[in-house]
Design a protein around this ligand. Structure first.
Ligand code: ADP
Ligand code: LRH
Length: 475
């Protein structure tokens, strides 16, 4: 294993990075070789991702990777879920992909539910209702101008992988977020595709994490300086699937919070829970690596804070996040909370005003200062984390002795402590780059250099990490 190097491309809704994973006898060491910003922008009346620009950042990052490490074995790609690019019959991208926060699905949700009863949708896919799930986006797309020219749809990490290798496949964990995959058989649901009038071969065939997609295109190898024998290996291409692999758990009795733009809160199970109670609680059964089920709820996340900071920066001098967090931490506990899942918090806009309204809707007094508003966001996120962990246990029957908080939010000490206090459980925080870690670990395992068993793999990862421990106050 000495010195084997792997590359991870991990792109979240707010930032992306290219990370080297160097495996030696002490473990898997991460080096971020390139970071770049991401965000959706309004173009031609829709909120879109600049996927062409993101691909240029990927090439820049892979060039930095090659410059630092000769002989990179493989590269894995993950991004946020549900979004896709549409390709014409010549394979070219028809338009920059519409972002999930775009409002275009509002008018088609009822239409979809008239074609397939929501109870049936849940029984087949096990997916939490979110207005931006791919099936709603595609149903909106069917009414749009591009549809007659569409030959195929590729989920975003698959599209980036296709631009690197020329190969078209759909990675299985991310496919599970489309609302078109059967959660039990883990194959495309012909029933749902037909009911929604979508071609059965709209998405390319599935590929599982750990399988090799193919070698780099000669032109990509030449442009980046990577060896032409470097392959692209499928990983949990849904960022949350990779983050859950990167949860450094000691055993199975853990809950996780992947805390970034969104908060993904739940358990890892052996099989989906497709009960009416689970649907009523709006829990999702996303596909995990090794056929595990990511039983979780997608809750509001640090987007609420990011978008508030962005709004304040438009009004005057950009506020200092660290100073605001310190001021928020100094406020007393027991302040107002709001529902972080309120649908009107999804779209970009004047977030502080919307949050103040949400606090009032919950019977509280609008936060008088920015620090109080930040505190309300963190208190409300922690309330959601605590409640969802308990609900996941009750609905699945699986216990969680500890909560692992990973992702950018694990750097927020106040959020970690509040989560411990409100859940009454020990919170272990870190790593910040759990997603890149999980991405790299699946590649190193596919190369035969890390344990095959996911539990043993996680214990190996844990040995190389320094986690922070937060115990509930008063215990
Ligand atoms: P995503 O992958 O969804 O783009 P990340 O996991 O990178 O998101 O998390 C980004 C968030 O993490 C930021 O919005 C911020 O709230 C939080 N974060 C990152 N670094 C810090 C820090 N040093 N202190 C507090 N919060 C932080
Ligand atoms: C997190 C994430 C999450 C999805 C959302 C669209 O980055 O992939 O798991 O629900 O973005």
């Amino acid at each position: 294993a000495d010195g084997a190097v792997f590359g991870a491309v991990d792109i979240g809704a707010s930032s992306g990075r290219v990370v080297a994973g160097v495996l030696d006898d002490d473990g898997l060491h991460l080096e971020v070789v390139h970071r770049f910003a991401n965000g959706a922008v309004e173009v031609d009346g829709h909120l879109r991702w600049d996927l062409t620009g993101l691909f240029a950042e990927v090439l820049t990052g892979l060039t930095a990777l090659a410059a630092r490490h000769p002989g990179v074995r493989s590269v894995g790609i993950d991004t946020w879920a549900v979004d896709y690019g549409l390709l014409g019959s010549d394979g070219a991208l028809l338009a920059e992909p519409v972002a999930y926060r775009d409002g275009r699905t509002a008018s088609v949700v009822d239409l979809v539910h008239r074609r397939v009863d929501p109870a049936r949708l849940y029984a087949v896919t096990g997916l939490q209702f979110l207005p931006f799930n791919t099936l709603y986006q595609l149903s909106a797309e069917r009414e749009g101008p591009l549809w007659p020219r569409v030959a195929q749809a590729l989920l975003l990490p698959d599209l980036l992988a296709c631009w690197l290798t020329g190969e078209r496949r759909t990675e299985a964990t991310n496919a599970s977020t489309t609302g078109l995959l059967d959660a039990t058989t883990r194959t495309w649901s012909t029933e749902l595709l037909e009911a929604l009038g979508l071609p059965l071969d709209l998405f390319p065939p599935l590929i599982q994490p750990g399988e090799t997609l193919g070698p780099l295109l000669p032109d990509v190898a030449r442009r980046t300086g990577l060896d032409p024998t470097t392959t692209v290996v499928a990983v949990g291409s849904h960022d949350t699937a990779s983050a859950v692999v990167g949860v450094p758990a000691e055993d199975r009795a853990f809950a996780y919070v992947s805390s970034g733009t969104w908060s993904l809160v739940g358990l890892e199970l052996d099989a989906p829970v497709l009960t009416p109670q689970s649907r009523a609680a709006n829990f999702t059964n996303e596909g995990g690596v090794d056929g595990r089920t990511r039983y979780l709820r997608n809750e509001g996340g640090l987007w609420l804070l990011q978008e508030s900071l962005r709004h304040w920066a438009e009004e005057g001098p950009a506020p200092d996040q660290d100073a605001l967090l310190a001021a928020a931490a100094a406020l007393p506990a027991g302040g107002p909370v709001f529902d972080v899942d309120a649908p009107d918090l999804i779209a970009p806009g004047d977030m502080p005003r919307r949050i103040a309204r949400a606090v009032q809707a919950a019977g509280g007094t609008a936060p008088p200062t920015r620090a109080a508003l930040v505190r309300a966001v963190l208190d409300s996120l922690a309330v959601a984390y605590a409640r969802t962990t308990a609900e996941a246990e009750a609905l699945s029957g699986q216990r969680a002795a500890v909560v692992h908080l990973v992702g950018g939010g694990s750097r927020n000490a106040l959020l970690c402590q509040l989560t411990a206090d409100l859940s009454g459980r020990t919170v272990l925080s870190g790593p910040v780059e759990a997603t890149a870690l999980g991405n790299l670990a699946v590649q190193a395992r596919a190369a035969g250099l890390l344990p095959a068993d996911l539990g043993a793999l996680r214990r190996t990862l844990r040995a190389g990490l320094a986690l922070e421990t937060y115990v509930p106050s008063g215990s």
